[in-house]
Design a protein around this ligand. Structure first.
Ligand SMILES: [Zn+2]
Length: 266
């Protein structure tokens, strides 16, 4: 099958077919790291002292997370749940407060995930992650909105993607060209994730996607006059949960490379 056709068909396969199918396809074998990370789950309590999410819901979202990291032999085990009773941190107002939370609660040599009610400066995101945070063992972390964790669990894998050095597939909002000629310097800097023109916060369904399903319909063209063919199945995109089914081969390689920079520290 030629590559262009495969590019068009892959997301469809993934969406239509077996739930157990990964999307990266078996191009080449992936490196297997065989590493389990210990995670501290910090749950912020709201103004009435309610958690707003159960430990079971968090553990279930980690099953989804572990499924998507299994192809490179990474897994994440929650070793401890901690509760933060300062309700201010249930909805941090800005990145200064996020820095404060890390300074107060971060546990070294663990991946720290904070489950919060809202992230005011990231209204269109399910979480907020220290970019390539895995390269730091004494700071950084991931924030997940509680409703996303419970209802859109692939968003947890998305934030871990950032934590392992990946960018959103629509990074730069259309600067990456469809023909791939600038894929190493624009967009998400990864060449097997096609140019993705989605503008974060823009209406998705009816404009970028058909009302039903995952078919991409945006009629706009790139700077060369070519139609976009993004992978709506990619975990690092903003397309709906039901369309997503994994990371690409080169995204896995990038995550492995990011971790290997600091392997001895973990
Ligand atoms: Zn993202």
């Amino acid at each position: 099958m030629n590559r262009k056709l495969l590019t068009v068909l892959l997301p469809l396969f993934c969406w239509l077919s077996l739930p157990a199918q990964y999307y990266h396809a078996q191009q080449h074998p992936l490196p297997i790291l065989n590493k389990e990370f210990s995670v501290v789950a910090h749950i912020t309590l709201d103004t009435v002292g309610s958690a707003g999410i159960t430990e079971t819901e968090i553990l279930e979202s980690f099953d989804t997370l572990n499924y998507y990291f299994k192809p490179i032999g990474l897994s994440f085990e929650i070793c401890e749940f901690r509760y933060i009773d300062n309700f201010q941190y249930n909805s941090p107002l800005n990145t200064n407060e996020w820095a404060e939370m890390q300074a107060k609660y971060h546990q070294n040599n663990r991946i720290n995930v904070f489950f919060v009610g809202n992230i005011s400066w990231a209204p269109d995101d399910c979480g907020y992650s220290t970019q390539a945070g895995i390269t730091m063992t004494e700071k950084g972390g991931i924030m997940m909105k509680k409703p996303c964790t419970a209802n859109i669990p692939k968003s947890v894998a998305h934030e871990f993607g950032h934590y392992f050095g990946l960018f959103n597939t629509n990074e730069g909002f259309g600067a990456e060209l469809v023909n791939g000629e600038n894929c190493e310097s624009e967009g998400d800097l990864i060449c097997d994730t096609p140019a993705d023109p989605y503008i974060t916060g823009d209406t998705l369904v009816g404009k970028y996607l058909l009302l039903e399903g995952c078919r991409f319909i945006l009629p706009e063209l790139d700077a060369n006059g070519e139609f976009y063919r993004p992978h709506v199945a990619n975990i690092m995109s903003y397309y709906p949960e039901d369309c997503k089914c994994g990371f690409s081969y080169q995204q896995y390689i990038r995550m492995v490379e990011t971790y290997r920079m600091v392997e001895g520290m973990w």
